[in-house]
Design a protein. Sequence first.
Length: 475
Amino acid sequence: ATTATAQIGVTGLAVMGSNLARNFARHGHTVAVHNRTYAKTKALIEQHGHEGDFVPSETAEDFVASLQKPRRIVIMVKAGDATDAVIDEFAPLLDEGDVLIDGGNAHFEDTRRREKDLRDKGIHFVGAGISGGEEGALNGPSIMPGGSEESYKSLGPLLESIAAKAKDGSPCCTHVGPDGAGHFVKMVHNGIEYADMQLIAEAYDLLRAVGGYEPGRIAETFRTWNTGRLDSYLIEITAEVLAHTDAGTGRPFVDVVADEAEQKGTGRWTVQTALDLGVPVSGIAEAVFARSLSGHTGLREAARGLPGPSARALSPAEAEEFAAQVEQALYASKVVSYAQGWNMIAKASEEYGWDIDLGAMAAIWRGGCIIRAAFLDRIRAAFETDPQLSTLLADEGFAREVGQAQEAWRTVVATAVRHGVPTPGFSAALAYYDALRAERLPAALTQGQRDFFGAHTYRRTDREGSFHTLWSGDR
Ligand code: ATR
């Protein structure tokens, strides 16, 4: 019979699962490993068995038996039906108090459903967002576990031991909140990542088309930006990509890549969910739509000849000034898209009763994940100063910076429009900023129209109550 020696188990040993198991083992934990097809388990042990203490099992029963109680099992299979299949296989083998962790990219509503089903059986189900890709899984991801507080007591220290560490040494892992909270914030993290990437792409496009910079020069510009407030993993890799020359053709790598961006779906989920919550996340939405548009080759082909300006490069001196303005526009737009993302988390937290610590989310994204950046420490600090902060834009520091950047931001958007360079991210962010700070919005007219055609009524600025006007054109 198998003896129960393992502190944690991982089932599903494709790259993410294997790397996570190795990360646990390298941190001194005894790790039970299992995969539907035993070949993968065997391969892991053959290639990496020396890295730590692994307990391989061929069957689910042996795997479960090899785990100390309360058992903690991380499921690392393809999100969707496979996750349900694995849960159905394991649930009957588990005892009350055991913890099943889904480390895949599940939709938070699926996680809520699974958590409820398993809770009825006395099993803790933890939907854990894991960010950082294959490299992160092995060397330290950002981990966003949901589920019960009780489950985090036994699981938290294990996860924190393998998580990335922020510069101040704290682990990039915290209990996010009940049921689907972890997968929810992971989804928004990915949405913010889309927005960040789109804004960077627009900056590149402007520097190239309007600034007249070659990719190598733009790489240098990004490297310089990376020493300032934009310091982040995404800016860093952008410079790498732009500096890369295609070996076969000798051309800039970025020029030989088809200009059609793909997506796996978490950005789309973010926007769909934001629509349901009624929270404007225009930065993320524009980023998702920009990817969709890029893939509509037929549409683009049909529209290619439409009239409009072509970008003309500025003089070198003007270009240098313009590049500095683009940095400001990029920064201000980034603040807006993060502000929107945080509003979305805040709204969901309220709606689902998750009680998410907004500053802690910034703290656990400082390392390990794709959007890791110095910037996130600022967001953490902003919520530390005011946990009730209604928008990041109202934080004193961010308000000052965006205020200083806004003139350059407007110049960049206006220049883009004049040169016919599409900047949906920069433009939407600026429109959001102006809408928020407006004294009056034309929504008053919208209400008038709604009352006119549908008797939907309106509220007044000078009196309490609900009003309807008898319009002469009333039907
Ligand atoms: P890969 O990343 O290797 O292409 P995948 O299809 O994304 O594989 O699946 C990732 C992991 O989920 C694999 O460990 C896979 O198990 P197999 O190695 O046996 O294919 C696992 N997986 C997928 N569907 C599963 C299911 N219904 N039940 C159990 N494990 C499953």
